[in-house]
Design a protein around this ligand. Structure first.
Ligand code: CA
Length: 229
């Protein structure tokens, strides 16, 4: 769900915008004060910001400038006067769009959707990023199914990769050999829980500096294994 911050001091307008955006399944937050709005915009990760121009304590010009110094979040500026749009453009503050009051809420929603879609295209170029797990020098690229230790790639078999990834995705959770066997080898008849021990040994040889003092996969005697964080 996309998150939207509305910085608007006129409560009735802010609530109206919120109602319409929520109908389109956006998660909406309102700030009525300029300083508070700026702080939230800078400290939290919203997907889009709707920013009124005239606000108590800090105006929209300044907030827009502050956000742009740090973030590329799409900003739609709201003004009460058409003349202000030229002024905003002239200042080159980096707002993505401008809308004048009074506006129809559905117009606002349409613009919000357009800017979110545009921003998504720009940031992802249509390709999702590889899903990574990174813990103290160990990097698991889940998408490419590759494992790196301090930048150096290590070759893993399918089951070794599955076992390491499963443990790394559940850090600090102690699993018995039976549980791990069931999880990784579930549908296969060959092998038994000793297979787990053999695979853990092979994984350690690849990722641990010292297999007798493992830093990643810890043996919990009499119970099983745990991935340390
Ligand atoms: Ca205002």
């Amino acid at each position: 769900m996309s998150t939207i911050l509305i910085v608007e001091d006129e409560t009735a307008i802010a609530e109206l915008e919120k109602d319409y955006l929520e109908l389109s399944n956006f998660d909406v937050t309102i700030e009525n004060d300029g300083c508070e709005g700026a702080a939230r915009a800078l400290n939290e990760d919203f997907d889009l910001i709707i920013l009124d121009l005239m606000l108590p304590n800090m105006d929209g010009f300044e907030i827009c400038k502050m956000i742009r110094e740090k973030k590329n979040t799409p900003i739609i500026m709201v003004t009460a006067k058409k003349d202000d749009i030229d002024k905003i453009r002239g200042l080159g503050l980096g707002a993505d769009d401008y809308i004048t009051k009074p506006f129809s809420p559905s117009e606002l929603v349409a613009r919000v959707k357009a800017h979110l879609a545009r921003y998504k295209r720009l940031t992802t170029s249509g390709m999702p990023e590889n899903e990574m797990i990174e813990i103290r020098g160990l990097k698991i690229d889940k998408t490419a199914r590759r494992v790196y230790i301090n930048g150096e790639e290590k070759t893993f078999t399918t089951k070794e990769f599955d076992l390491l990834t499963f443990l790394a995705q559940h850090p600090n959770h102690v699993f018995s050999k039976e549980e791990l066997f069931k999880e990784i080898w579930e549908m296969e008849s060959v092998g038994d829980i000793a297979t787990v021990t053999v695979h853990i040994k092979k994984i350690r040889e690849k990722i641990e500096k010292s297999t007798s003092k493992p830093q990643y996969i810890e043996t919990i005697w009499g119970v099983g294994y745990r991935f340390k964080v």
